[in-house]
Design a protein around this ligand. Structure first.
Ligand code: NDP
Length: 285
């Protein structure tokens, strides 16, 4: 694909460290090409503690916006002049929009991506139908919990290795949230409609050893990790005949509202970005 970059070409991107394996440039540049927008989406790997300096230098129309990934989501929150309610609730920003007047707006669209993934892969799932379990208490878990509360889940159960962190997250979410330790997972799984793995265990090749057989047969199991696409957690769920939702669909789900924020257009449907990502992951569909 050859593209003409001119003085008028708009720039957006993703910031992370490492950023080399990010699939966001593949998704956004495919949409840019299909929508015939004069724009480009590039990766940035600001070093170490320098996220603030990096973001400050982009103020005032240098760039349309940035997706922000590990480890800069909290720094992105603190660099924002205005923060959306859902980002404040999540305590993390994954989308920065740079206005031409110099202001930076922080948002968190991970929750939208998560609900979009359920809508795509488990369309009959109703967040209002029963309790939901989220495993993990980091930024991704907080964003997910906030999204399910906003979508009307009657109860959100946060399970975390470090119980104290789960208690802080549940406390911030209000009376519909409860905290559990990993040892309490079997109790937390009772009568749930969905279980979401929002831990980073998969990144370090660690496996979660949790009693998924304690979930109802109709429960849907989701894993935010998408490399590999079929994680050990999802395989365990499939062996128990639970339906599953994968993390790649969530990544694509959060890219949609980001694209709209950068370029004011909905992503074109004519390009199969999921297939492009699977090809890049070297995984099977
Ligand atoms: P954080 O580092 O903020 O949080 C990590 C969480 O994982 C903590 O709760 C930690 O528990 C828990 N954890 C880590 N290792 C283990 C383990 N071996 N066993 C049990 N729990 C463990 O990460 P984020 O919240 O930012 O991200 C979490 C994951 O979600 C990452 O893998 C990330 O790539 C993925 N993600 C995917 C997205 C997508 O679009 N698909 C979007 C956003 C995130 P403790 O508190 O005890 O340390």
């Amino acid at each position: 694909m050859s593209r003409k970059i001119t003085g008028a070409t708009a720039v957006a991107g993703v910031a992370g460290a490492p950023v080399r394996h990010s699939l966001s440039p593949i998704i956004h540049n495919a949409w840019i090409a299909a929508a015939e927008i004069d724009a480009v989406y590039v990766p940035f790997a600001p070093c170490g503690d320098d996220f603030h300096r990096f973001a400050e230098g982009l103020r005032g129309g240098v760039i349309r916006g940035l997706n922000v990934t590990v480890p800069f989501k909290e720094a992105a929150l603190s660099v924002s002049d205005d923060v959306s309610e859902r980002a404040a609730l999540a305590g993390a920003v994954n989308l920065l929009v740079f206005d031409e007047d110099g202001r930076i707006t922080g948002d968190n669209v991970d929750g939208l991506g998560l609900l979009g993934a359920f809508a795509a892969q488990a369309p009959d799932f109703d967040p209002k139908a029963g309790p939901v379990v989220i495993i993990g208490a980091g930024g991704a878990a907080r964003g997910a919990a906030a999204a399910f509360i906003a979508a009307g889940a009657p109860e959100v159960r946060i399970i975390n290795r470090t119980l104290a962190k789960a208690e802080i997250v549940a406390g911030a979410l209000g009376r519909r949230a409860r905290a559990y330790s990993l040892n309490g997972a079997a109790i937390a799984f009772e009568e749930v409609t969905a279980v979401i793995n929002a831990t980073s265990a998969g990144l370090s090749q660690e496996t979660l050893d949790l009693p998924l057989d304690a979930t109802p047969k109709a429960a849907i199991v989701m894993d935010m990790t998408y490399k590999p696409l079929d994680t050990p957690f999802l395989k365990q769920a499939q062996t128990l005949q639970r339906r599953t939702v994968d993390g790649l669909e969530m990544l694509i789900g959060q890219a949609g509202p980001s694209f709209e924020a950068f370029f004011g257009r909905t992503p074109p449907k004519s390009v199969d970005v999921r297939a492009l990502c699977i090809e890049a992951l070297g995984a099977k569909a």
